[in-house]
Design a protein around this ligand. Sequence first.
Ligand code: NAI
Ligand code: MG
Length: 343
Amino acid sequence: MAVARIAVVAGDGIGTEVVAEGRKVLDAVLPGVEATEYDLGAARYNRTGEVLPDSVLDELAQHDAILLGAVGDPSVPPGVLERGLLLKLRFDFDQYVNLRPSRLWPGTAGPLAGVKPGEVDLVVVREGTEGLYAGAGGVLHRGTPAEIATEESLNTRHGVERVIRDAFERAGRRERRRVTLVHKTNVLTHAGGLWARTFAEVAAEYPDITTEYQHVDAASMFLVTQPQRYDVIVTDNLFGDILTDIAAAVTGGIGLAASGCINPERRYPSMFEPVHGSAPDIAGKGVADPVAAVLSVSLLLDHLGHPEQARRVSEAVAAELAGRKPGQSLRTAEVGDRLAELS
Ligand code: NAI
Ligand code: MG
């Protein structure tokens, strides 16, 4: 029997290049994984008009986890793959914890003069199934001067409470044991009130965890001026999307940023993917950094109950990054080979 059944959606552009390296590392560190490839993304859409057929969704549901590269291409209208594939998987598989860790790895340099390598180690727990991304809204009188567009943020007590609980549980397993709630409660008083009240109630159950609250604009500033101050940040879908790009930017860039879309109850497969997209500008050149995909494999291993293997992969990444020289060019497959070897 396979140790794990993984569905692989390599996708488009550099997605296919970095996922190949992620799989090298996965096979090296956990032999016996059964990986099944699924052809989804811009290429399939352009060929057949299909985004995510129900039959494929049913098959994906039979796996322990999904490893995704990236989907998207300038030839596909905006939203088709984002809503029809990525968001559909997150929603249908109830992946309500969107986990996005950021570290300024020892031996690497970020863009911030005052921040030393090793000092930043934070994780954003972004709500993944509600908020402004729920698709509640519509357009009337499209293309006329009378056009009206609405986009509503949906926040349920159930949805907010479960992601806040997850953040506290994670903080309890970390050294600093600190959770920061980020929202905009002073202006978005309806949703913000629900988040703030729920946060306070859950916090009362975790007396050994330090808590704080920040408005999203202040948090955006502090992520740039003082990213060291954060441990676990919990926030809604849109704020989390934006804050994690800032966090990635101050810790060595998008080529290193990994993520997990997690269904903690394991009723559905969780999905692990680099934060970056298909990068049409460098696709096919073999120069994409596979580290984000490989770190996503580390998150996958951790989720599937292989913490020792997960640690070996992240230590291999640490060694790889410590050996890089500023401005040095890299080859995707060579980095993957080294990481598979080191893991
Ligand atoms: P992108 O993340 O693909 O690229 C942004 C910039 O970062 C580009 O200059 C690219 O060359 C560079 N970059 C990204 N990953 C890199 C890596 N591993 N190594 C070195 N450089 C890297 O974002 P962009 O250009 O906005 O989107 C391109 C396509 O990807 C679009 O179709 C977009 O919709 C899609 N996309 C898909 C995502 C997903 O599948 N989860 C996430 C983000 C974008
Ligand atoms: Mg984003």
